[in-house]
Design a protein around this ligand. Structure first.
Ligand SMILES: Cc1ncc(COP(=O)(O)O)c(C=O)c1O
Length: 396
């Protein structure tokens, strides 16, 4: 059987619907004796037939394990197709994907714009590491919209996260991308929450789509992986930086991410349905001041969410009508829902928000928050567990 090229496989996907693409993207069974999935290829060394082939390694399909293996290639191809990307790099974590993307645009003496509700370790990287490289970070109100234009002087990157971590405000991406492009800034978006099944950043003028594959792509809480997918304009710079930094995701993690990816669509449908059910249920509970979920009509940016996403996933939060001790009593009473900082896996999790340390553009003035990752369990069992939390909260 002749091997089919990646280009020809991509052409075969043209016109297919997303659930079909996700089941097939990146697979090349002819290359592996008909086995549907690629093997876990571990390896640093690639042998060449002669010295001429060695010297011409830049044109070779594989030349060293850091650059590519059949396992890396399979995931990269799948992610390229899902995001409509010119190229994708893999890194060891979602945070590494964020920091690598930022480094593509960071220039000493220049600034980058980051939303105030960004994932907290992204903020820590900007404050503790980027500052040391002479790059200033300006935190903007995530609801700033077109007024972002006023902040773009001397800016090399606009960072977006939608909706933002812990408070889930939905930014007006459309209103922000145009001015940023006109100012020559590189636009990048942490799209971990939505995944390319809900929103494809590169289709909307964004240069770099950033993912923690740790979350929904992997889906089973058993791996760490990050990816960055680039449009034609940014692909050469991203590829060069990735090569020069010498980073790559682990082979086992790549293989597990590919495995998780195949079921991401069906898992997301369940995450969405259960999370929405619980978000609405929470709205009527004493002890809840406000539910922070972009699909709920009173959430900041809800109309934008309807226009741009229209679908949601399993992560949201609520503001406790009380003090920290009430939130803590709630969390300590949970039996089924684990206390953990991650999300996107099959199991439900809860985590306290620590917003007082990471909001500067619009300081947090409401009560303590609790973030919920709604997993694949039966919602009736989850609401019973949450009810245990509310009973404890009342007694605290
Ligand atoms: C929005 C967002 N981006 C990136 C990350 C980082 O992912 P990782 O845990 O793989 O470093 C997280 C992790 O929680 C996240 O919530």
């Amino acid at each position: 059987m002749a091997k089919e090229s990646a280009e020809s496989r991509a052409k075969r996907h043209a016109g297919l619907r997303i659930d079909t693409i996700i089941a097939h993207a990146g697979l090349a069974p002819q290359a592996f004796h008909g086995f549907v999935n690629p093997p876990v290829v571990r390896g640093s060394t690639v042998l060449f037939e002669n010295v001429e082939a060695m010297r011409g390694r830049a044109g070779a399909r594989y030349s060293y394990g850091l650059t590519s293996t059949p396992t890396i290639e399979a995931l990269v191809e799948a992610l390229n197709i899902l995001d409509g990307a010119a190229g994708t790099v893999l890194v060891p974590s979602g945070l590494a994907a964020v920091t690598t993307a930022i480094l593509v645009a960071a220039r000493p003496g220049k600034k980058i714009l980051v939303p105030d509700n960004v994932y907290a370790p992204t903020r820590r990287f900007c404050d503790e590491s980027l500052r040391g490289f002479g790059v200033e970070t300006i935190y903007y109100d995530p609801l700033i919209g077109a007024e972002i234009a006023d902040l773009l002087n001397g800016v090399t990157a606009l960072f977006l996260e939608a909706p933002g971590s812990h408070t889930f405000e939905m930014p007006d991406i459309r209103a922000m991308v145009g001015p940023a492009q006109a100012a020559g800034a590189i636009v990048m978006m942490d799209n971990t929450w939505a995944t390319p099944l809900i929103y494809r950043p590169l289709d909307h003028g964004i240069d770099l789509a950033i993912y923690a594959g740790t979350k929904y792509q992997g889906g089973h809480s058993d791996l760490l992986l990050g990816s960055i997918s680039a449009n034609e304009r940014l692909w050469p710079a991203l590829q060069q930086l990735h090569k020069n930094l010498g980073i790559q995701a682990g082979t086992e993690e790549i293989w597990l991410t590919l495995r998780g990816l195949r079921t991401m669509g069906v898992r997301l449908e369940r995450h969405e349905r259960s999370a929405l059910h619980i978000a609405r249920w929470l709205q009527d509970r004493p002890g809840v001041a406000r539910v922070l979920h972009p699909a709920l009509p009173d959430n900041p940016g809800h109309e934008i969410w309807k226009r741009d996403f229209g679908r949601s996933t399993g992560l949201f939060a609520f503001v406790v009508d009380g003090e920290q001790r009430h939130a803590d009593a709630f969390l300590n009473a949970l039996r089924l829902i684990g206390l953990g900082y991650s999300w996107g896996g099959f199991e439900s999790l809860a985590a306290p928000g620590e917003l007082e340390h990471c909001r500067t553009a619009r300081p947090w003035a409401e009560g303590p928050t609790i973030r919920l990752q709604i997993g694949l369990e039966d919602v009736a069992d989850l609401t019973e567990d949450l009810q245990r939390g509310f009973t404890a909260m009342k007694a605290a």
